[in-house]
Ligand binder design. Structure first.
Ligand code: SF4
Length: 377
């Protein structure tokens, strides 16, 4: 049988695609090795699943790169405002001296990395940093403390105060403070916390190669506490930790098979730091980052996929491809906790060049705990 002629389709989707448009799209998009029906892509992207197999995710991850990016772009456009990117700012509110052994982290006390230990910041200083970030275009302000876990002490009370103050200036407040109990998650929710970041880092199988001082299940338990408290969940991982493609796929499988997808999924690239066990790991090729972003976009269509650590190494053109592949959130500011990051001005230039628009705070609505509190008033 003769090969059917290739059909080139220009796909332009409304947001979200109307049923009429879905019915009208009867032409196939041709990839190098496969034919994927737009019907199927749209059905997949509208269907939030929690039962992905590794084989299914692997099939997506392995697609020819441009086909993968195109599929991800279609999913992205159908579920988000294309070109809208959230700007988040990350501040280290307590630096270094951490008791954990995360192999990538310069803040672990056991590694000699030159990071200066800094006690928990004052509330006023944090508020000033948040106001500056807001003036620079950030809509989300993340506060990171190098703790194994939160303790119910005066430091935690101070963090709660920070959450309230930053909330009052109209920013989405996020914290990353290590492991949390259910009670602590609820106290953060009461203080007005919008999101909590707790990365699973890598696959369950590779996890113990990177961290031995707490388990994968510990991480998942914290995510469950955050979710139950009605706080928006931010969880992703890092590539470049010596993992295989199967580990990367496994990490995405864990995230997309959670009872509810994380609202935010940071994809970090290892920034090797001298003195850490992973200091000599090679640089992750750019196409592998794009693959991770695009696959995350397809299996978690509604989540924000965040282009995170490692962005300083990327050109504007490379970042543009990440945005095409579904990244719609970045960290801005000259530092990501302790590692360098592009400065605000460079990012604003990039936004202008690429025609990106910053996403407003609370564009996705309030987290569940806030909705419940408002309904009770
Ligand atoms: S990643 Fe967090 S928990 Fe791990 S060593 Fe660094 S600060 Fe501690």
């Amino acid at each position: 049988m003769p090969t059917p002629p290739a059909v080139i389709v220009v796909v332009s989707l409304d947001h979200p695609p109307s049923l009429k448009l879905r019915r009208a799209m009867k032409i196939s998009i041709t990839g190098e090795n496969q034919i994927v029906s737009p019907f199927q892509i749209i059905r997949d992207m509208s269907n939030i699943r929690h039962n992905w197999t590794r084989e299914e995710i692997g099939e997506i991850y392995e697609r020819p790169l441009l086909s993968l990016v195109m599929d991800a772009a279609i999913v992205h456009k159908a579920n988000h405002v294309f070109g809208e990117v959230q700007i988040s700012s990350l501040l280290s509110i307590k630096t270094g001296g951490c008791s954990e052994d995360c192999g990538y982290c310069p803040q672990a006390a056991r590694y000699h990395t030159g990071v200066q230990v800094q006690a928990l910041m004052k509330v006023d200083d944090v508020l000033t940093a948040a106001e500056n970030a807001k003036a620079g275009g950030a809509s989300r302000f993340c506060m990171g403390a190098a703790w194994r876990e939160v303790r119910d002490n005066r430091d935690f009370d101070r963090v709660l105060e920070m959450v309230k103050e930053v909330n009052n200036i109209g920013m989405e407040v996020c914290c990353t403070l290590g492991m949390l109990t259910q009670y602590q998650a609820e106290r953060l929710a009461e203080a007005g916390l919008y999101a909590y970041n707790h990365n699973i880092d890598t696959s369950e199988e590779h996890y113990s190669e990177v961290i031995t001082t707490r388990t994968y299940d510990d991480r998942l338990n914290t995510l469950e506490h955050v979710r139950k408290a009605g706080i928006s969940v931010c969880s992703g991982g890092i590539i470049g930790l010596g993992e295989t493609d199967t580990d990367r796929i496994g990490m995405l499988q864990t995230l997309c098979n959670l009872p509810q997808h994380p609202e935010s999924v940071p994809i970090n690239v290892l920034v090797p730091v001298a003195g850490t066990p992973l200091a000599n790991n090679g640089r992750v090729p750019f196409d592998e980052l794009v693959r991770m972003i695009a696959t995350a976009r397809i299996v978690m269509p509604h989540s924000a996929v965040r282009l995170s650590a490692g962005r300083l190494e990327l050109s504007v053109a490379e970042q543009a491809m990440c945005f095409m592949a579904g990244a719609n959130s970045i960290f801005a500011g000259d530092k990501l906790l302790t590692t360098p990051n592009p400065v605000f001005n460079a990012d604003m230039e990039m936004f202008k060049t690429l025609g990106l628009t910053p996403k407003a705070a609370f564009a996705d609505g309030q987290p569940k705990h806030k909705q419940v509190a408002d309904a009770m008033q």
